[in-house]
Ligand binder design. Structure first.
Ligand code: GLA
Length: 726
């Protein structure tokens, strides 16, 4: 619910459990007054204190009033160079070369439903949403800044976005434009970020805020394996079930900056948006620039509640489900089994062994096109390699379908190999600056996706492939960071737009593919989880979580990922042991338990698997299918922290709380294992449950007294308990 108090120019946004408020004051400065647990309302600007803080300047209209400074007042969207020395949200550079921005409130608009942003991903939905648009202006440049707010009450979700329009007569360079600025009049918070690298993505890092700016960012052209565009600010004491926390996710897949500043007043400012690094967008008179959407969930009772609200909103109001509620298929992918070395018969062999085990989708990974026997050639030539696959997909796909499986295919549209027909014909289509040699990444170059003709050409070829057979799944991969970012299609003064235009190009093509092939399930992938962000999820309902399929490493990766993103978005496969990334061997049962808390699949040569393993796999697949709704759509509870505890446990609970599945993986074996008791969560205290079909245990007993953990015999043993109400 959005309430506007006209007399005091106060805007209050209520969700089920939270309240957010801002106010335009006597100088038309938009002050942020409150964001936190739901309160009844009123004008909360009484919370703001005014006092002279020596070196904090005063705006012109405040005269000689020294207790009024943009540097000390909580700003809804911070300005630049006119008295606020904290993190700026926006910066204009008109033709005179000044780099200032001074914003004053000029008006608002309130409407039912959710706004959308052209060319950018957003949360969507019908009249359960409300939209508020706040208009502000920089009088000198006549730049109009519109702050967008979307409110989805039931999931405590508040989205924000910004549109900047040039209403003046001369071009203005936009040097920065954050999506969200959040000034909270408190500084005693912890900051949690999700960091790592290729094969070890989204490891949780938590530390108390200290004075100054703490930030994570990407300058790689992708949101990156290294830092996720999602962070949490929380009470020092916050845990899964207690404490105030604010989660902020950016719906953007390119360079981002997420920064928190603890200020001189021991308050904090959070800023998130496109990274100002190599960013400079020319906004001509009459034109607009739109900054991507950010999504906020505040939970007054810990991380678990925050995550579940994000999960529900992402599942129901962000992804587009091509299967329209039908179940996602359990898949078999040939990459780890064959890499580039396969032919049609080998693929059919693998599929033949997979079908009787209950696997439903066969995914042909890299290596099927152009001349592609290693990662040094072929990218850009999206024609079936007739030596490997004689007769093309027209011949292969019916053989797979005859086994009762559907067929999926791997592509990497944004890339080009120097050794390819495409590069020989269009060397200037690769990103690269004049007179400089190319920097390679995985032996390949990046196509300039900011250029329409490049995208058109690639899409035309890919369409031919998609139209040549019955294809129901596409894995859209992207395997290098952007370097040499310069576009032959833009003049010198617009090169600061290339990073952003590249991502807009990716979004445009993904959107077209989504619309042209509404039945195709697209899985995102960027060398594993290098672009695992809420922006991509709008186009690709699932994303390959990591190139690391080691079950033990995956516990941490999936744990970190789960803070924002639901199980149904995390690509997770069982692969062979010893694991290719770590050399570790884990039991097949453990690999199955870990992978089935994701979009489940296998990535191994099932034609070489023992009968004994096949029997286990068949059981795993059957178990997963039996409990599909609970696992994929249930409420997710983290029961331990794999960075601290000797075991990892998590639980899915059905929305009606009549069913739950607890999964647990112990650590390395040790003698004299302590006896441990696990307390369950999310059950109905008044219902009585069976555990694995046995006994009768009241919900409050299972939650308060708990359940004894089995004593593992061997390393990394997994167990699952199925809990059902009697
Ligand atoms: C990336 C992906 C893998 C696989 C290979 C193929 O690394 O993350 O899953 O598709 O590319 O080259």
């Amino acid at each position: 619910m959005i309430v506007f108090d006209k007399e005091h120019t106060v805007f209050t946004l209520h969700t089920q459990n939270t309240t957010y408020q801002m106010k335009s004051d006597q100088y038309h400065v938009l002050l942020h007054t409150y964001y936190g647990p739901r309160v009844s309302g009123g004008d909360l600007s009484y919370l703001i204190q005014y006092a002279d803080r020596g070196s904090s300047p005063n705006p012109n209209e405040a005269g000689h009033r020294r207790d009024y400074s943009l540097d000390t007042l909580p700003q809804e969207y911070s300005t630049c160079g006119v008295g606020d020395f904290r993190l700026p949200s926006i910066e204009f550079e008109p033709e005179d070369g000044s780099r200032l921005a001074d914003l004053r409130y000029t008006g608002y608009e309130l409407r039912k439903g959710k706004y959308s942003l052209e060319g950018l991903p957003t949360f969507w939905g019908g009249d359960e949403w409300e939209t508020l648009v706040i208009q502000m202006e920089d009088a000198s440049t006549q730049m109009l800044v519109e702050l967008y707010y979307g409110v989805l009450e039931r999931y405590d979700l508040i989205t924000r976005a910004v549109r900047v329009t040039n209403r003046g007569a001369a071009p203005v360079r936009l040097r920065r434009c954050a999506s969200v600025c959040l000034d909270v009049q408190r500084g005693d918070f912890d900051l949690i970020t999700f960091d790592g690298c290729h094969t070890l993505e989204r490891n949780l890092n938590r530390s108390p805020l200290r004075p100054g700016v703490q930030s994570v960012e990407s300058v790689r052209g992708t949101s990156s394996h290294h830092h996720n565009p999602f962070l949490i600010l929380c009470d020092h004491s916050a845990d899964e079930d207690h404490g105030l926390c604010y989660g902020t996710a950016l719906l953007y897949s390119g360079n981002f900056l997420a920064a928190v500043e603890r200020t001189q007043l021991e308050h904090n400012r959070l800023l998130m948006g496109i990274n100002p690094y190599h960013f400079c967008f020319v906004v001509n008179p009459g034109d607009s620039f739109t900054a991507p959407e950010a999504a906020l969930v505040c939970s007054p009772c810990g991380f678990g509640q925050m995550s579940r609200q994000f999960h529900r909103a992402i599942r129901e109001n962000l992804i587009h489900d091509p299967l329209q509620g039908r179940r996602r298929p359990v898949l078999i992918n040939n990459w780890e089994a064959t890499e580039f070395t396969f032919n049609a018969d080998k693929l059919v062999d693998i599929a033949q062994s997979a079908a009787p085990l209950g696997l439903e989708l066969f995914v042909m990974d890299d290596g099927w096109f152009g001349v592609r026997d290693s990662d040094k050639s072929g990218l850009g030539d999206w024609m079936v390699n007739q030596e490997k696959l004689p007769g093309g997909l027209e011949a292969l796909v019916p053989r797979i379908k005859a086994l009762g499986m559907s067929f999926g295919i791997w592509i990497e549209p944004e890339m080009i190999s120097e050794d390819s027909q495409l590069y020989r014909a269009h060397p200037d289509w690769a990103l690269g600056a004049p007179g400089r040699p190319h920097t390679r990444g995985r032996s390949q170059l990046t196509l300039d996706f900011s250029r329409r003709e490049v995208r058109e050409h690639i899409y035309k070829d890919i369409r031919k492939v998609l139209d040549s057979a019955d294809i129901s799944y596409v894995k859209w991969d992207m395997n290098r960071s952007l370097t040499d970012v310069w576009s032959a299609a833009l003049p010198a003064d617009r090169q600061g737009e290339v990073f952003h235009r590249y991502i807009l190009g990716v979004y445009e093509l993904l959107d077209r593919m989504r619309q042209d092939y509404p039945h195709i399930l697209i899985e995102g992938c960027t060398g594993g989880g290098g672009r695992f962000d809420a922006g991509m999820l709008y186009y690709t309902p699932q994303i390959w979580c990591s190139d690391n399929t080691d079950a033990v490493d995956r516990l941490r990766i999936q744990y970190g990922t789960s803070f924002c993103y639901p199980v149904s978005t995390m690509g997770a496969h069982v692969s062979a042991v010893p694991n290719g990334q770590t050399g570790r061997s884990t039991p097949i049962a453990t690999r199955g338990v870990v992978a089935m808390s994701g979009t489940f699949g296998y990535e191994m040569d099932l034609s070489e698997t023992t009968q004994e393993e096949k029997a286990i796999i068949k059981e795993q697949v059957a178990f997963f299918k039996e409990h599909y709704d609970l696992i994929q759509l249930g409420d997710y509870y983290r029961l331990s922290n794999p960075f601290q505890d000797s075991y990892t446990a998590w639980e899915q609970v059905s929305p009606d709380r009549r069913e739950a599945l607890v999964s647990l993986v112990a650590g390395p074996a040790r003698a004299a294992t302590p006896f441990r008791i696990l307390r369950l969560k999310g059950l109905d205290p008044h219902l009585t449950y069976q555990v694995n079909g046995q006994g009768s245990y009241p919900g409050d007993v299972l939650m308060e007294a708990g359940w004894p953990l089995p004593i593992p015999q061997g390393d990394y043993q997994a167990t699952q308990f199925y809990i059902s109400a009697i």
